[in-house]
Design a protein around this ligand. Structure first.
Ligand code: FMN
Length: 178
């Protein structure tokens, strides 16, 4: 892949919040989870866990646990990403900053989100009330919720939807220490 092709993918990715009702196939979800698992992780611990929700009732219930996302319509698939903190003890070296387990999961989430764009699917990262989601999904004690990803087919006219895609120029947020 060329840099220009990758840049185009990054430019095309937008947070999509309104989806078509057409379901995302299990095969496509699995293909996306495969690329998510290619992400780098601290000490290669791969602490990410993916909980795929396609059941309408459960989806609706989880939608109520979104900090800002209960307006999202028609997303046939919701992936709750959790971090397995129990792995911290199995690291060969000390994980000197436990947040790095979370960062690893975020890297996986970005692989998934870019993969969705490449596949022609819309996606949106959604913040969750962690405790409630933990309870609803009956997650094991060692797992903690990192965030959610809505996934679905674009609703016509919403392909470029976003509530804030503009960016500060890189030169404004970068310093070269020479
Ligand atoms: C950590 C994180 C949490 C986010 N939480 C939400 C959310 O709860 N609801 C939502 O609609 N968008 C959420 N977003 C998406 C951002 O609003 C969006 O990325 C930002 O406005 C830039 O727009 P763009 O993704 O279309 O470029 C989140 C993004 C990140 C990275």
């Amino acid at each position: 892949m060329t840099f220009d092709a990758f840049k185009k993918l990054c430019e095309e990715r937008r947070s999509i919040r309104y989806f078509d009702e057409k379901p995302v196939s299990k095969e496509d979800v699995m293909r996306l989870l495969d690329v998510a698992c290619l992400a780098p992780s601290v000490e290669n611990l791969q602490p990410w866990r993916f909980h795929v929700i396609q059941d309408k009732k459960l989806l609706h219930h989880l939608m109520e646990q979104c900090c800002y996302g209960n307006f999202i319509e028609g997303a046939g698939t919701f992936i709750v990403v959790t971090v397995d903190y129990s792995l911290e003890n199995s690291a060969a070296d000390t994980v000197w900053n436990e947040k790095e387990l979370d960062y690893s999961c975020m890297a996986a989430m970005m692989n998934l989100i870019h993969g969705a764009t490449a596949m022609g699917l819309g996606s949106c990262w959604v913040s969750l009330y962690r405790g409630d989601v933990h309870e609803i999904l009956k997650l094991p004690h060692g797992e903690q919720v990192v965030g959610g990803i809505m996934l679905g087919h674009y609703r016509k006219g919403e392909e470029k939807a976003s509530n804030g895609h503009s960016r500060k120029p890189a030169s404004d947020v970068s310093t070269f220490h020479e």
